[in-house]
Ligand binder design. Sequence first.
Ligand code: FA5
Length: 347
Amino acid sequence: MLGEIQDLKAEALRELAEIGQEPQLEDWRVTYLGKKGALTRVVRGIGALPPADRPAAGAVINDVKEALQTAFEDKRLALREAALRLSLQHEQIDITLPGRPVELGRRHPTTQILDEIFAALVPMGFQIVEGPEVEWDYYNFQALNIPEDHPARDMWDTLWITPEGEHGRRPMLLRTHTSPMQVRTMEKTKPPVRVIVPGKVYRYEAIDPSHESMFYQVEGLAVDEGITLADLKGTLYELAKRLFGEERRVRFRVDYFPFVEPGVEMAIDCFACRGTGCRLCKGTGWIEILGAGMVHPNVLRGVGYDPDRYSGFAFGLGPERIAMLKYGIDDIRLFYANDLRFLRQFP
Ligand code: FA5
């Protein structure tokens, strides 16, 4: 029996020496040291020995068991170390390599102009508010003194959400300007009112170097007792100075918008030709950047303001047109084409 135990030990150690991976090591443990393993079988055989030989055999078996267990632990440690060494070799990090540069985003030119407009007007007491892009006909037209079938509706080529003229439904559209927010704001507030409204507007428009079908506007509205056209001009001159510097030429001309009386448009001399006339300014030498005027008494009356007591001015400007003038961009279609070569040029 003792010979059998020694053979078993020798065999187990030889097999152990050949093992190269942990799963095999576990198989080995089960085979030799497991509950139903080879050593247990040998222990059971002790019962067949004469009682006098049993203690000596038990002692030998214990020695062998301990030896195998120690060999097993040593092997397990050795395998783990080898695996760690291998993985360190493969996953080595070269800390001398230069890091990957971080891509810094930039503000879109429209956002930059919006921020400049806010910086000029907020200190004058204007509050920034926003409104819906999907709008009722009522706010986009009717409440702005443009009833159904009024020819002035043709000033804005409209993208309709509900089919135009469909009976029994309130007509809904994509707002063609930010002016509906004049009415929404006044409906909710008592004078004095001083707000600016940035946001996207949509037009079913033929696209060309100075016309997009989706663009931004910033609406301005100030209503109080005693507000005059001089306040409007003063505010807009100040804004133009902040945006373009003192030397830029500004022109006001009478214009028609149904919701103001009188109405004006403000233009800046064309940056591309300096006023001599070119493709961008359509030969006029001027680029229109905003429409404005004194809020029409009908609009004031519609929101419950007394036009004999209150008066106000409103303006609506196009930030893309301002960015074009400021940065010398000669095609508005570049703004939302998402071409990084264009967008990266702005600080
Ligand atoms: C209006 O939309 C009026 N709501 C402005 C207004 C507000 C007048 C308050 C009186 C009182 P208009 O359609 O002209 O007006 O547009 C105003 C500005 O938006 C223009 O001066 C121009 O800067 C810009 N704009 C107009 N159409 C386009 C377009 N297709 N692409 C880019 N910018 C445009």
